[in-house]
Ligand binder design. Structure first.
Ligand SMILES: *Cc1c(COP(=O)(O)O)cnc(C)c1O
Length: 524
């Protein structure tokens, strides 16, 4: 016990010490120096409630919470380092991903994580929120500024844990249980949270708790079929129409969406999760002019923390014939759907990350970044087209594109697999007209993450070359394996000649990739 006491860590003592009056601190120090352990413990216990945890020698709890992760959990830290290494040496082309800034990572690793603050600024269920209130208000103010919104006309809620909970809060606020919702079908480029179901099963909770009916793209052009949407909406009479995409390389016609919504007195809810960075930079049409509610994730093109924001209209909605003003009533509905409806305590570390991201959005550097994302996507697109690949909708206006591999004989799954084997991350995707999501014919490629690492057009030419050579290899493997994915995987992992070619190409990709920096911590 004495031995333990004498190694009573300095931090623990300091912690206790900070809370004690000077006289008591001296008394305890004196007891410690004379090894009068029980006296010291008694004095500190008497004075500080938690001093037991800090000081009780036999609990031996003085170490873990002050040590670095590499000391306390080398097993986990080893995996974290491997993931960092993977991120550095591979080409990240998943369209929804990005590398957030050092300052956002610092927010996420800060003391803000510790605080409970249920409720909104100024109306919390817990004490001690004076600075948390300021931080959340700063995040709200900057979020409005980032999209040039007038605070008299728009408000926002920055507490949503991520994009999916943000969307569910919007439905909960605007529609009654089993209220009707229309969103772009998942296989056509919509998002799960817009209400995906199959003939066998309701997959998304949006389709379980609400009645969702999808609209589609034209299978020939790959473009949203607004006329069909208008016709279906007339029959289905939705309460909410969703304008938003996860895999669609063209700008949305928000004006048209608004007209269709108005015809059916539906809300227009725009989910700009994928493109919010481009919208903030003013490079593509903004949904705000026409929408009642807009949601976004903050970790995709916006390059902030993993979180969600909901924007809602407020103020005067219209003026009646009698001159009476009709006001929007969305603010309370949405705030209450987020909390207490669906969530508990806000993630204050993420809210701080949103605040600083929305500041970055206003910088010239951010505008340049967003321009480069599009320039890189266009170069990637033309490079692939020059090599004979078919791009859905014939091109891109945004940060991503969908390669239709149907005519090449390679499936999306095989393409994803070979590219992963050569350290290029992307995802298989249905292309318009695919019968099954499992046996799909496309891959989705995005440029936000590579652009953060500093790649420009000429680098995209190299990337096109790597992808093309990967897909040629895929064809070669398919010729040996036949059509089945299991056989393909087996050849990929066992055939010596194939393995050597894959390893050589992977080495080239990794050498190329390592030249480009990633913001964040050096080792993890
Ligand atoms: C990514 C995405 C979401 C969901 O975001 P999560 O943070 O993954 O929950 C919602 N809608 C769209 C259009 C998205 O692309």
């Amino acid at each position: 016990m004495i031995a333990n006491w004498s190694i009573l860590n300095r931090r623990g003592f300091q912690l206790v010490g900070n809370l004690l009056c000077v006289r008591m601190r001296h008394r305890i120090k004196d007891s410690v120096s004379k090894e009068r352990v029980l006296d010291a413990v008694r004095d500190s216990n008497r004075n500080v409630h938690f001093s037991t945890a800090c000081c009780m020698p036999k609990l031996n709890m003085v170490g873990i919470i002050y040590k670095n992760i590499w000391e306390t959990d080398p097993e986990l830290f080893g995996l974290m380092k491997k993931e960092k290494e993977r991120q550095e040496c591979s080409l990240e082309m998943i369209a929804s991903e990005n590398f957030t800034s050092l300052s956002v990572l610092q927010c996420l690793g800060s003391c803000l994580h510790n605080k409970y603050s249920e409720g909104l600024p100024g109306q919390r269920y817990y004490g001690g929120n004076e600075y948390i209130d300021e931080i959340e208000r700063l995040a709200q103010k900057r979020a409005l500024e980032a999209f040039n919104l007038n605070p008299d006309e728009w408000g926002c809620n920055v507490q949503a844990y991520s994009g999916s909970p943000a969307n569910f809060a919007v439905y909960t606020a605007l529609a009654e249980p089993h209220g009707r919702i229309m969103g772009l079908d998942l296989p056509d480029g919509g998002h799960l949270t817009h209400g995906f179901f199959t003939e066998k099963k309701k997959i998304s909770a949006t389709s379980i708790f609400f009645e969702s009916m999808p609209y589609k793209v034209n299978p020939e052009t790959g473009l949203i079929d607004y006329d069909k949407l208008a016709a279906q909406a007339r029959l289905f009479k939705p309460k909410i129409i969703i304008a938003g995409v996860s895999c669609y390389s063209r700008c949305l016609d928000y004006k048209r969406f608004r007209e269709i919504a108005d015809e059916n007195t539906a809300y227009l809810f725009s989910d700009m999760a994928h493109v919010s960075g481009l919208v903030a930079a003013g490079l593509i049409p903004s949904p705000f002019e026409y929408s009642d509610v807009v949601s976004t994730t903050t970790h995709k093109t916006l390059r902030g923390p993993r979180a969600g924001v909901i924007f809602f209209r407020k103020g005067v909605k219209s003026v009646g014939k009698d001159g009476q003003k009709i006001m929007y009533d969305l603010e309370d509905k949405i705030n209450q759907a987020v909390f207490p409806g669906l969530q508990g305590g806000p993630h204050n570390h993420a809210i701080a990350g949103i605040a600083t991201t929305m500041k970055q959005v206003k910088s010239p550097e951010f505008l340049q970044y967003q321009k480069q994302i599009i320039a890189n996507a266009k170069r990637l697109c033309s490079g692939l087209q020059e090599r004979g690949y078919k791009i859905s909708t014939g091109g891109t206006d945004v940060h991503m594109l969908l390669v239709n591999l149907r005519s090449t004989g390679i499936t999306g799954a095989k393409a994803e697999k070979i590219l992963e084997s050569i350290s290029i991350a992307c995802n298989k995707n249905t292309v318009p007209g695919d019968k099954s999501a499992l046996n799909c014919s496309g891959i989705r490629l995005g440029t936000p993450a590579l652009t953060t690492r500093g790649l420009i057009e000429k680098d995209m030419d190299m990337v096109v070359d790597f992808i093309h050579r990967g897909l040629l290899l895929s064809k070669e493997i398919s010729n040996i394996s036949g059509p089945k994915l299991v056989d393909y995987r087996r050849v990929l992992s066992t055939d010596d000649s194939v393995k050597a070619k894959v390893a050589a190409l992977k080495e080239e990709v990794e050498t190329f990739s390592r030249q480009f920096r990633i913001p964040g911590f050096k080792e993890y």
